[in-house]
Design a protein around this ligand. Structure first.
Ligand SMILES: *[C@@H]1O[C@H](CO)[C@@H](O)[C@H](O)[C@H]1NC(C)=O
Ligand SMILES: *[C@@H]1O[C@H](CO)[C@@H](O)[C@H](O)[C@H]1NC(C)=O
Ligand SMILES: *[C@@H]1O[C@H](CO)[C@@H](O)[C@H](O)[C@H]1NC(C)=O
Ligand SMILES: *[C@@H]1O[C@H](CO)[C@@H](O)[C@H](O)[C@H]1NC(C)=O
Length: 392
C-alpha cells in the first residue's frame, strides 16, 4: 500500500496541477478546440436520434479535424473524421441520407471529405460517394447566366454560401478525375463571375448575400437582383471559396488569374470593414455600429483564416496590413469568444445560428437570429483560423 502524509499528498497534487496547467497552456488552440469537439462527442454524420445525416456543418468540422491531424499527426483526429464520414455511406459508397432531386448545393461540402478518404485509403466506396455528389452538378438547375441555383427550392437564386460548399469540391474533383475538362473549369469561374457582376457593392467592395437572376424574390433589388445586405458568414464562406478553389485550379488556365483577381480585390475591402476597436467584423457588414448589430464570431474567424492563408500562399502582400488585421481579430476572438471550462474543454461563443434568404433578408431578420454556443460552423472556422495562426 502506498501511504502518504497530508503534506506530501498536497505537494504531489500541487505539482500534478501545475503540470496540468502547463500542459493545457502549451497546447495550441486548434488542438484544444478539436479535443473539445471530440470530448463533447459532436456526433458527426448522425442526427439526434442516431440516424445518418448529410450535413454540411459536419463537413466543415471534418475538414477542421483534417487540418489538426495534418498539423499534429495524431491519429485520433483522423479516426474521428473518418467515423463521421463513414456514418453517412454504406460499404458500397451509397449515401444514406441524400436526395438528388432537392439539388442542395450545401450537401456538396461533404464531397471533399470523401475525396480526402479516397486519397488516403484508396477505398473505392469513397470515390463512388464523391462521384454521386459531383454528378449532381450535371443536372443542377441554373439561372440564365449558368449560375447554379442554391437549391431547387430557391429558383434562380445564387447565395455566396453555396460557392464554398460546391466549388472547392468541384475543382478538386476535376483536378483528380477530369483535369482536361475545360468546360468544368470555365463553369467554376462562371459561378464566381456571375456573383461578382451582380452582387458586388462597388462602394464597399463587398458582396451582398445573394442574387436572384429573375429579380422576383422578396429580397431582390428590382434592378440588380441582389439582396439588400452584406451578411458576414456568407462573405466568410465566399472568401474561403475563392482561396481554397485555387488549391486545385490549374495555374495554366486563364480562370486562375480571374479567381485570384477577385480574391485580391476583395480582401482589402474586408480589412477596411473591420471594426477599428475590436478588430472583428459586424454581423451585417454594411451597417457597422447600428443598434442590435454585433461582432459575429464565425465570420470573423473565416476572415482571419482567409487573410493568414492568403498571405501564407503568397496571394496577399506580407506587408499589406493583412497579417496585422488578422492578428488583432484573432486576439479579440480569444478574449471574447473562447471560454475555458473547468474540465479543460473550450466553448465557442458568438456564432449566429443561421442566415438565410428564405425570408425578407432585411436588417431586422439578420439581427433577430439567435446565437448558438458551440455552433459547428463557428467552431470549425475557429480551428481553421487557429491552424493558420499557429503556423505563421
Ligand atoms: C459518440 O456517440 C456515438 C453515438 O451516440 C457513439 O457511437 C460513439 O462511440 C461516441 N464517440 C465517442 C468518441 O465518444
Ligand atoms: C491534409 O493533408 C493531406 C495530405 O497532404 C492533403 O491532401 C489535405 O488536403 C490536407 N487537408 C487540409 C484540410 O489541409
Ligand atoms: C465536363 O464538365 C461539364 C461541366 O460540369 C460536364 O457537363 C461534362 O459532363 C464533363 N465532361 C466530362 C467528359 O466529364
Ligand atoms: C454599398 O456599400 C455602401 C458602403 O458600405 C453602403 O452605404 C450601401 O448601403 C451599400 N449599398 C447596397 C445596395 O448594399
Amino acid at each position: 500500500m502506498c501511504r502518504l502524509d497530508t503534506a506530501m499528498a498536497l505537494r504531489i497534487l500541487g505539482s500534478l496541477c501545475t503540470f496540468a496547467a502547463l500542459s493545457v497552456a502549451a497546447k495550441p488552440y486548434s488542438v484544444l478546440m478539436a479535443d473539445s469537439v471530440i470530448a463533447r462527442n459532436t456526433t458527426l454524420g448522425l442526427d439526434a436520434s442516431g440516424a445518418p445525416k448529410t450535413d454540411y456543418q459536419h463537413g466543415v468540422i471534418e475538414r477542421a479535424l483534417e487540418m489538426v491531424y495534418n498539423a499534429t499527426g495524431d491519429s485520433k483526429y483522423y479516426a474521428y473524421q473518418k467515423w463521421g464520414v463513414d456514418n453517412i455511406i454504406d460499404s458500397a459508397g451509397k449515401l444514406l441520407d441524400y436526395s438528388l432531386s432537392d439539388y442542395i448545393l450545401d450537401d456538396l461540402r461533404l464531397g471533399q471529405e470523401f475525396l480526402y478518404l479516397w486519397l488516403k485509403t484508396g477505398e473505392a466506396k469513397y470515390k463512388t460517394a464523391a462521384n454521386t455528389l459531383r454528378n449532381q452538378l450535371n443536372t443542377q438547375p441554373r439561372n440564365k447566366d449558368g449560375g447554379f441555383w442554391h437549391k431547387l427550392k430557391y429558383p434562380n437564386q445564387m447565395w455566396l454560401d453555396g460557392q464554398y460548399m460546391a466549388l472547392p469540391f468541384f475543382a478538386q474533383h476535376t483536378a483528380l478525375f477530369a483535369p482536361t475538362n475545360l468546360t468544368a473549369l470555365s463553369d467554376i469561374v462562371l459561378q464566381f463571375t456571375d456573383l461578382q457582376i451582380h452582387a458586388l457593392n462597388r462602394t464597399s467592395g463587398l458582396l451582398d448575400h445573394g442574387y436572384d437572376a429573375s429579380h422576383v424574390a422578396v429580397w431582390a433589388d428590382h434592378i440588380t437582383g441582389a439582396s439588400p445586405h452584406e451578411w458576414i458568414r456568407a462573405m466568410g464562406w465566399y472568401t474561403m471559396a475563392l482561396l481554397d478553389v485555387l488549391d486545385y485550379f490549374p495555374k495554366s488556365h486563364p480562370g486562375y488569374a480571374i479567381i485570384l483577381g477577385y480574391f485580391k480585390a476583395l480582401m482589402p475591402a474586408v480589412v477596411a470593414a473591420a471594426d477599428p476597436v475590436t478588430g472583428g467584423w459586424w454581423l451585417v457588414m454594411d451597417q457597422p455600429g447600428r443598434a442590435k448589430n454585433y461582432i459575429e464570431s464565425s465570420g470573423t474567424a473565416m476572415f482571419v483564416y482567409s487573410l493568414l492563408k492568403g498571405v501564407r500562399v503568397g496571394f496577399l502582400d506580407k506587408k499589406g496590413g493583412f497579417v496585422e488585421a488578422a492578428e488583432k481579430a484573432y486576439e479579440y476572438m480569444l478574449e471574447a469568444f473562447v471560454v475555458t471550462n473547468e474540465d479543460g474543454t473550450l466553448d465557442w461563443e458568438g456564432t449566429v445560428k443561421v442566415g438565410s434568404l428564405d425570408g425578407a433578408g432585411d436588417y431586422d431578420y439578420y439581427v433577430g437570429v439567435p446565437l448558438q454556443t458551440n455552433d459547428p460552423k463557428g467552431v470549425a472556422a475557429f480551428i481553421f483560423a487557429s491552424v493558420e495562426y499557429e503556423q505563421k
